[in-house]
Ligand binder design. Structure first.
Ligand code: ADP
Length: 558
């Protein structure tokens, strides 16, 4: 150090320990030591540089209007207590005034300075005569507190004291700012945690720069992390279901690019193998230079909801099955006849063959024909039985690519006998360009059976010659397939047309009122719609649309 710095030669030997002392304080700051300890060390370091010097650090309260005790290890306790909590203002001693004015306030003699008029006696009783106070300013220009030097003799600061003041306010600002940052972060995390615990959510924040993360307690439990486990980006990635890292990654990337909130539903796998369904919502936060500061996320556990969705689906399927069985009860004529007819054919053919044998005239050509008929009839019987089993079967119906014209033909075959017995004419009008649909055949058959049986009921009261039903199909621009079942019966119940789809709504003596409810839920589960209206010339028109199946990757004709 030279004279140029305004510091006397006698101070040269003091410099080493001063810098060492500063270094230790910076280490304390880096190690997040308590702020009070750090400020006390700053004060003691400054006091050690000059004889007869006493220092203090005051902090500005959170409301920005009062002074709070910071550190003053060598000032009388009475003085410290009296100052703590004073408001800042234009005439509040040196410290309150310097914080208020945001500039250094040098009082060479407290006994005469008007700023001290209210505190003169206090200062005098504590043996304080001169007080030079400098505001501690943050890197953003906010007042954090003040650093003051006191002396027993009336005078202003010498150059060395000015230099010490600069050093003290600089280190103190680092310490206070850092501590404020920490406590703000802790406060924010505590607040988020509280909200998270009560809302049954996981909150987490990822700091990409440091590759560290914070997660609320509930979140740790949800993801299977221990309470004190250090979390990084990799910790989260390790929990994502093996099928889904790409999708999750894409959601994050898109949120980064679009600067929007992202949301993704995915699975996480816990260390002991349990899988959870979760939905994660989050967004990136940037600083003013465009660097990612943090990614804040909230994760909701959907497992319970998924479970109940699953149960609901099972219940729905069971209900649909029971209603199919009820429907089969209504189709008594058909089911019995459909089965009897091939069985009778088998019996007849077998009897004919036996007669040939009895007569001893065996014409191999006729025998072959009889056997072929028996085989065909047994196949037909087998198909009917399969159809009945399909309708009564439990469990999920698998979907396949279907042409609804074919499904209608099969369904009509199933109820042929009922149609005949009820003396009703059923006419079909098929669109040969009807697009295929992706559907569960048994379920679509159930819908059709419901509509057909209802139509048969609706025309029952008419004279046989007028009992008519038209079943038609139509392609809706190739995008969906429409099926309509139109009858010339009673028409929909007056003023209650929409009611026909309600649970248990029935105008029939023996009706359950579930058929259309279930039919609609089946159609909707296939992403379609089912509606009803009064037909123009009387009677009812029921129609449903199903979306066309995706085009086949290879040419069907090939
Ligand atoms: P259910 O046949 O057991 O009554 P649905 O849910 O199939 O149950 O039908 C509910 C009600 O809708 C019927 O009771 C009837 O009032 C009305 N409905 C259904 N189809 C027709 C139709 N084709 N014409 C007139 N009304 C109908």
């Amino acid at each position: 150090m030279s004279e140029r710095d305004g510091i006397g030669k006698g101070h040269r030997e003091k410099e080493e320990p001063f810098y060492a002392g500063q270094g230790r304080i910076l280490e304390m700051i880096a190690a997040s030591a308590p702020l009070a300890d750090i400020l006390t060390r700053i004060v003691l370091l400054m006091e050690a540089q000059t004889d007869g010097l006493r220092c203090s650090i005051l902090l500005l309260s959170n409301d920005g209007k009062h002074v709070r005790h910071g550190a003053a290890p060598n000032l009388p306790e009475a003085y410290v207590k009296a100052v703590d909590g004073l408001p800042i203002g234009p005439r509040v001693g040196s410290c309150g005034t310097s914080m208020y004015l945001r500039k250094q306030v040098v009082t060479t003699d407290v006994l005469t300075d008007p700023l001290w008029s209210d505190y003169r006696d206090l200062a005098k009783s504590c043996g304080l005569r001169a007080c030079w106070s400098t505001p501690i300013i943050s890197s953003h220009g906010d007042v954090l507190g003040s650093f003051a030097m006191y002396r027993q003799e009336p005078r202003g600061p010498n150059p060395e004291e000015t230099r010490l003041t600069e050093a003290a306010t600089h280190i103190a600002s680092i310490a206070i700012e850092r501590q404020q940052g920490h406590s703000m972060l802790r406060e924010r995390e505590a607040r988020i945690s509280l909200a998270a615990e009560s809302a049954d959510l996981a909150f987490w924040v990822l700091y990409p720069e440091q590759n560290t993360a914070w997660m609320s307690e509930k979140g740790r439990a949800m993801y299977g992390f221990t309470p004190h486990e250090l979390l990084t980006r990799e910790s989260f990635v390790s929990r994502i279901h093996p099928d889904e890292p790409a999708a999750v990654q894409a959601a994050f990337e898109q949120a980064r690019a679009s600067q929007q909130t992202f949301e993704i539903e995915h699975r996480i796998v816990l260390p002991y193998g349990k899988t959870r369904w979760v939905i994660t919502r989050g967004r990136y936060l940037w600083d003013e230079h465009g660097n990612v500061l943090e990614i804040i996320c909230v994760t909701i556990d959907l497992s319970a909801q998924k479970q109940s969705d699953l149960q609901l689906q099972v219940q729905r399927e069971e209900l649909a099955r029971l209603s199919r069985i009820a429907l089969m009860g209504e189709m008594t004529a058909s089911l019995g006849h459909e089965l009897n007819q091939p069985l009778a054919a088998i019996a007849n053919n077998a009897a004919a063959a036996r007669r040939f044998f009895d007569r001893g005239q065996i014409d191999p050509a006729i025998l072959k024909e009889l056997l072929a008929d028996i085989t065909a009839a047994s196949h037909r019987a087998g198909e009917v039985i399969n159809g009945i089993r399909g309708m009564a079967r439990k469990g999920k119906s698998t979907r396949s690519r279907l042409n609804l014209n074919d499904v209608i033909r099969d369904t009509l075959r199933l109820v042929r006998s009922d149609i005949l017995i009820r003396e009703t004419a059923v006419v079909t009008d098929f669109d040969s360009l009807l697009p295929d649909v992706e559907a569960a055949p048994v379920q679509i058959q159930q819908v059709l059976l419901n509509l057909i049986m209802n139509a048969l009921d609706a025309v029952e009261a008419l004279p046989p010659a007028e009992r008519r039903i038209i079943i038609s199909t139509r392609s809706l621009k190739g995008k969906s397939a429409e099926v309509s079942v139109r009858d010339f019966g009673t028409g929909l119940p007056a003023d209650r047309a929409e009611k026909v789809f309600d649970h248990f709504f029935s105008t029939k003596a023996e009706g359950m009122g579930m058929g259309l409810t279930i039919a609609r839920s089946i159609v909707e589960a296939h992403a379609g719609t089912l509606g009803a209206e009064d037909a123009e010339a009387g009677g009812a028109l029921f129609f449903f649309h199903l979306p066309a199946a995706q085009r086949l990757p290879i040419n069907k004709a090939a």
